[in-house]
Ligand binder design. Structure first.
Ligand code: NAD
Length: 357
């Protein structure tokens, strides 16, 4: 065994209920959290599921608010906060992906109401104290312990309806959290283990999900990976990849998970030489002696995922703007981020060329 390097690790108070039929435990989790009047939140597309969830809760569910939207627009946040006050809710149950959970977080911030999350995608917001709010086209994010859900129920049956194309990009979004956790400035041995296992689980499960979206075992393995990757996101500081995706999403309104999928191999290729330990861990997780960035680019191709920003609707002429926005505020990254390097990275990602350092 090698001597561990120095580190600081702050465990987050996360409670996770995972497994087939985990949803059956929701009422118990609500009781355990001491809640009696919850508001159920979802996006419009998850309304039917959220209604079924509310029906299970009987009088514990005092309202259903099916208006969650991507990136939590300020007016949508204000509307949910108003509704929570109106029905005198003492907590929220967020059913869905990062949009529903993000809405729960801003209600928690305003009134201190605990959130219980029932995730149906792999994006990982349920494992983080990170909140986001979009006002006048600018997305602000921050960390607050009140935004971390008090309990998370992972039931793979709830992901069966997630279209396979969305499952792939959502899974790649999760893998990106683990990749950047492995070279984070606040990395630690505990998070390294979770990151490697999370990548291993997801990279193995996603091809099975694509082969058969109703394969409950594959869905459960993907969700297990998503939990681990989400926990990595919640415990570390993200670098170039996440900053770049934030710029692309915030400035050009590109779709969240597909953008992560396209950018990840390129951002990793940029950092690989400066992050040898992460490369070794990813090689083990992906079962490859090739470089992990190329492996992930190949994997995305095999799974039918988008591999160019052009196909997501970005114009080549936007590259310079994104370089400027991404360089506007400094952040930690294993390799120095230069305008020239970023421009090359974005040109490759825009045109769909294989990643290069
Ligand atoms: P999402 O929540 O926006 O969901 C995408 C779409 O898929 C929605 O229309 C939703 O109704 C639908 N959907 C969700 N689950 C489904 C299912 N099981 N079957 C069928 N359809 C389903 O997508 P997302 O990628 O999970 O979340 C993206 C948002 O979350 C972004 O705003 C992003 O910034 C945020 N996010 C935040 C964090 C954080 O830590 N704060 C982490 C990850 C993502």
């Amino acid at each position: 065994m090698t001597t561990p390097t120095a580190f600081t690790y702050q465990a987050l108070p996360m409670r996770v209920v995972m497994g087939i039929d985990a949803l059956d435990r929701l009422a118990d989790e609500i009781d355990q959290a001491g809640l009696e009047r919850v508001m159920v939140l979802c996006s419009l597309g998850r309304r039917e599921l959220a209604e079924a969830v509310a029906a299970r809760l009987g009088s514990r569910a005092v309202a259903l608010h099916p208006h969650a939207r991507m990136h939590v627009p300020a007016e949508s946040a204000a509307e949910a906060q108003r509704r929570a006050k109106e029905v005198n809710a003492d907590g929220c149950v967020a059913v869905g992906g990062g949009s529903a959970i993000g809405l729960g977080k801003v209600v928690a911030l305003k009134y201190g109401l605990p959130v219980i999350a029932v995730p149906t995608t792999y994006s990982g917001s349920e494992m983080t104290p990170v909140w986001g709010l979009t006002e006048d086209g600018v997305k602000r994010t921050g960390r607050d312990p009140r935004a971390l859900p008090v309990s998370v129920l992972y039931d793979p049956a709830l992901t069966l309806a997630l279209p396979t194309a969305v499952s792939v990009t959502s899974g790649m979004n999760a893998i990106a959290h683990a990749v950047e956790a492995l070279y984070a400035p606040d990395a630690s041995p505990v998070i390294d283990l979770m990151a490697e296992e999370g990548v291993r689980a997801l990279a193995a499960a996603l091809p099975d999900v694509v082969a058969d979206g109703t394969d409950l075992d594959a869905r459960a393995r993907a969700q297990y990976g998503a939990w681990l990757c989400g926990a990595c996101l919640g415990s570390t500081t993200m670098s170039l990849h996440h900053k770049l995706c934030h710029s692309l999403g915030g400035t050009l309104d590109l779709p969240h998970a597909p953008t992560h999928t396209v950018v990840l191999p390129h951002a990793l290729a940029y950092n690989q030489e400066a992050a040898p330990k992460a490369v070794t861990a990813l090689g083990r997780a992906l079962g490859t002696s090739a470089d992990p960035a190329t492996h992930l680019w190949d994997l995305a191709g095999r799974l039918g995922a988008p591999r160019s920003l052009r196909e997501l609707g970005m114009a080549e002429s936007d590259i310079d703007r994104i370089v400027k926005v991404t360089l506007a505020n400094p952040y930690a990254n294993p390799r120095e981020v230069t305008a020239e390097g970023l421009g090359r990275l974005l040109h490759a990602a825009w045109s769909g060329r294989p990643p290069a350092s």
